[in-house]
Ligand binder design. Structure first.
Ligand SMILES: [Zn+2]
Length: 85
């Protein structure tokens, strides 16, 4: 009885490991296919055509998502409001 249970448990464990491995493989494959980039501020993954691209120096590229830029614009507005007072 215990032997059977152990075998079933081992099989389930193996299935679980393979399932998890498959998920990881599929996820890493997806990020390659999608041409997505990470926003440099919030680290969220976005499609490249929804991100603003800025080059810093000769090789470093930064991407910013719309939400972060809105946040920056808000901050900039507050700064300019302060400087006018
Ligand atoms: Zn962002």
């Amino acid at each position: 009885m215990y032997v059977t249970l152990t075998i079933v448990f081992l099989i389930l464990l193996l299935l679980f490991v393979f399932y998890g491995w498959g998920l990881i493989m599929r996820r890493s494959g997806q990020t390659d296919d999608q041409e997505g980039e990470k926003c440099s501020l919030c680290r969220g993954q976005f499609p490249k055509d929804t991100l603003i691209e800025r080059e810093v120096g000769d090789f470093k590229l930064f991407y910013f998502c719309i939400e972060c830029i809105k946040g920056l614009a808000n901050d900039a507005k507050q700064l300019s409001d302060h400087s006018h007072q």
